[in-house]
Design a protein around this ligand. Structure first.
Ligand code: AMP
Length: 290
């Protein structure tokens, strides 16, 4: 496996692969890799001849400097995981190579996709995401890029951007990988105490409780949100940031659940911000409701 730290180097590598008739898959990450990331890498390896993984904790998508500073750094482990998974090249740029002095260009996806959910509590977050993904695409020049459904709003923002800006990259959105007890895998889970880890289960459990109410015929969004909120609020130290039902078609808030909708939520546990969502009427989450 090769490791590159400048856009010019990784671009030259991709060019060589393409010259040899190979397709290039790309998995952008912020490191501290877990099985969720591994699933994206596996999907990329299955579809493409060569795979690039980027590991870059992107400062422009952090609205909170402490969150940025506390973000786990496990580069040696990450490189081992990438090698074992069959990755051809990792791209690990330095911050000042990505955003040198005088940097002044940003990509903004506007409208329904970025006026709710995570966008409200994290102003500028999706602008940072759209900007860094554009820069990474320009450096790596992949045929196909792989994102996790766990960050649903992010995956939709990127799909919109790729389509609107004719980027010519195929976007794949892969299913959320969960711990056996239902907690969605996240690099942030490492920051939870043992007690916090237990409390964090309230998030998938509350989502699944709402999903069961939906299956039993409940269509009132507020009632479904209340079921989730009640499950979170019984735990001290769990603070709900948002819970909303949005349609997947227009990404609009709905009062009454009709067709394809998700219940999405963010909560702070031990001051660690966790997000999750469930497709109402979709497969059950592997949580215990006892
Ligand atoms: P991150 O390193 O958190 O920026 O995530 C990099 C990519 O991995 C993003 O496309 C995420 O949506 C995806 N990802 C993170 N956690 C999971 C998970 N539990 N299951 C599937 N994909 C995930």
């Amino acid at each position: 496996m090769q490791q590159f730290s400048t856009p010019a180097e990784i671009r030259a590598w991709t060019r060589e692969q393409r010259k040899a008739g190979k397709t290039v898959g790309f998995v952008p990450t912020m490191g501290a890799l877990h099985d969720g990331h591994r699933s994206l890498i596996a999907a990329a390896c299955a579809e493409c001849d060569e795979v690039v993984v980027s590991i870059f904790v992107n400062p422009t998508q952090f609205d909170n400097p402490e969150d940025l500073e506390n973000y786990p750094n496990m580069l040696a482990d990450d490189l081992g995981i990438c090698t074992a998974a069959g990755v051809g090249a990792v791209f690990t740029p330095d911050r000042d190579k990505m955003y040198p002095n005088g940097y002044a260009t940003f990509v903004d996806v506007v409208g329904n996709l970025t006026d709710k959910l995570c966008a409200v509590a994290r102003p500028g977050h999706f602008r940072g995401v759209a900007t860094v993904v554009t820069k990474l695409f320009n450096a790596v020049v992949p045929d196909v890029a792989f994102f996790g459904q766990k960050d649903l709003q992010q995956a939709l923002v990127i799909s919109r951007m790729v389509s609107d800006l004719d980027m010519g990259v195929e976007v794949r959105v892969c299913p959320t990988v969960r711990e056996p007890d239902g907690l969605a895998m996240s690099s942030r889970n490492r920051r939870l105490s043992e007690e916090g880890r237990e409390k964090a289960l309230a998030l998938p459990r509350g989502l699944e409780m709402a999903n069961q109410a939906y299956a039993a015929g409940e269509r009132d969004s507020n009632k479904l949100i209340e079921i989730l909120a009640m499950e979170l609020l019984v735990h001290t130290g769990v603070d709900l940031d948002y819970a909303q039902v949005v349609s997947l078609t227009g990404f609009e808030e709905v009062d009454e659940v009709k067709d394809s909708c998700v219940l999405a939520a963010a909560a702070f546990v031990d001051e660690v911000r966790l997000i999750d969502h469930i497709h109402l009427g979709g497969p059950a989450l592997p949580v215990s409701l006892d």
